[in-house]
Design a protein around this ligand. Structure first.
Ligand SMILES: Cc1ncc(COP(=O)(O)O)c(C=O)c1O
Length: 411
């Protein structure tokens, strides 16, 4: 019996149930992944007991000499992994990283240009309901209606007219490469700073499976828990000229004490992401996404922008005559987890959108390759085309269970 089972059986049961759920389902949520036992161990360590406001060597608490070593390792490893000049590894999440990055370089009501939320952007890129949309004057560039991709011509025209202080790119649901050099050129031309939020693609960048924004951007924000496969946290990378401003914007600007167990867990994740095994992982994530898209397209399911360059595909469910909520629920009955999503120029509302976002980071971590992806895509196509066929769905649920049994989530 574990300590948790003895001291809090209710929570112990919830943890066990959740582990069983993760083991027995195919997780295709593009923003999720499965961390290693080493990341879990650092995250569940006694470092959680330590207050450490400030930065290594300059803390507002005594007794920080040991945790200082963890933060220093995390910073050095992050800079090496991404070729960055400076790293702040304290933001508690991706949203916190964006909050601090904006605070470092913007004044309230400054103008910012970012990707439209409904076209794949993120809430923290200026949505009205987010702090970002309330504090700053965000304007949003749409995708091209024809290609369903970012059109730098549109970005440039808007940037010239608006003269924003900051241009932001990066997305939560965009399946294509982003031309970071092109964005940097536009930012230079209009005298704007350039920020890339690489939350979704950070692991692909680290593993060499996606072009890096780091050489082109003044500031790069990210989460560490998506393709990067680390703890549920944020990070800011920047040029050294912004280091002081970024550090003060994180603490004391927008946060209190850092979560040192999670700083240590980030360090573990960065070391893992620097290995040859992680490079193969990142390449396989992309190959799996491409295969998934090909099989679905062959079955007559339309993909937004016609395909993918990264870890996710965005399905246009109008091609099979259903909406995202119906697709998400039908797949869930077959133990396949994915999420409904808006597609560019979606005629439907967010709670009944026309899209489904499907990603391969978590199944690839479990060791699933092209053969398994092909089966999964065939199951998805069958369900999307006939979501009310309960006999077929429950037969697929059994096959999913068999498949999951061969690919453990613990590693
Ligand atoms: C592009 C992007 N930025 C930021 C975030 C926010 O991350 P968090 O949920 O850790 O605040 C997300 C999360 O989905 C994201 O996709």
């Amino acid at each position: 019996m574990t300590d948790l089972e003895r001291r809090d059986p209710e929570i112990a049961r919830i943890v066990a149930d959740e582990e069983r759920r993760q083991q027995n389902e195919i997780n295709l949520i593009a923003s999720e992944n499965i961390v290693s036992s080493a990341v879990l161990a650092a995250q569940g360590s006694v470092l959680t007991n330590k207050y450490a406001e400030g930065y290594p060597g300059k803390r507002y608490y005594g007794g920080c000499e040991v945790v200082d070593r963890a933060e220093e390792l995390a910073r050095v490893r992050a800079c090496k992994l991404f070729g960055a000049e400076h790293a702040n590894v304290q933001p508690h999440s991706g949203t916190q990283a964006n909050l601090a990055a904006y605070a470092a370089v913007l004044e309230p009501r400054d103008k910012v240009l970012a990707l439209e939320l409904a076209h794949g952007g993120h809430l923290s890129h200026g949505a009205k309901v987010s702090f970002s949309g309330k504090a700053y004057e965000f304007h949003h560039y749409p995708l091209s209606r024809e290609t369903e991709r970012i059109d730098l011509g549109i970005v440039e025209e808007m940037a010239r007219a608006l003269r924003p202080k900051l241009i932001v790119t990066g997305a939560s649901a965009y399946p294509r490469h982003i031309d970071f050099a092109g964005f940097a050129r536009i930012a230079r031309e209009v005298g704007a700073l350039f920020l890339v939020d690489m939350a979704h693609i950070a692991g692909l960048v680290a593993g060499g499976a996606h072009p890096s924004p780091v050489p082109h951007a003044d500031l790069v924000t990210t989460t560490t828990h998506k393709t990067l496969r680390g703890p549920r946290c944020g990070m800011i990378l920047c040029r050294s000229s912004f280091a002081k401003k970024v550090d003060s914007a994180v603490f004391p600007g927008t946060q209190g004490g850092p979560l040192m167990h999670l700083v240590a867990a980030r360090a573990v994740c960065f070391a893992e992401a620097a290995t040859p095994e992680f490079r193969s992982y990142a390449a396989q994530v992309v190959a799996n996404a491409r295969k998934l898209g090909e099989v679905l397209a062959r079955a007559g399911v339309r993909l937004v922008s016609g395909g993918t360059d990264n870890h996710l595909i965005l399905v246009d469910l109008r091609s099979v005559g259903i909406t995202g909520d119906v697709a998400e629920n039908a797949l869930a009955r077959a133990r396949i987890v994915a999420n409904m999503n808006m597609i560019p120029f979606d005629p439907n509302p967010p709670r009944r959108p026309s899209g489904l976002r499907i990603g391969t980071p978590a199944i690839t971590t479990r060791g699933m390759g092209l053969e398994e992806v092909e089966r999964i895509a065939e199951w998805i196509a069958a369900i999307l085309k006939d979501p009310g066929n309960e006999a077929r769905t429950s037969a697929i649920a059994n096959d999913v269970l068999d498949l999951c049994g061969r690919f453990p989530t613990r590693y």
